[in-house]
Design a protein around this ligand. Sequence first.
Ligand code: FES
Length: 106
Amino acid sequence: MPKIIYVDHTGEERAIEATNGETVMETAIKNSIPGIDADCGGACACATCHVYIDEGFMEKVGKPEDMEQSMLDFAENVQSNSRLSCQISVSDDLDGMRVTTPESQH
Ligand code: FES
């Protein structure tokens, strides 16, 4: 099972055993990770699941689709490594990935 490490804005880490095929957002919600509200339930319509991806995993995660990119265009504190966690499926390739939640979501 791949492990996803959620890091909050203070640097506190929570390592979670994730299930392949579920999204990084779903895994966060199931495990009550603070800073990921996912108001729209994963429909790519709220950006409350915004996270910063570990630079070392950017290539594996890939680029956002157009719909995700347009949501990110309106999100707060967007950086070059910003993604919506509801659009990232967990796989073994992402084992050990750290995702950080923006301070504005806490
Ligand atoms: Fe709403 Fe990801 S959960 S955009």
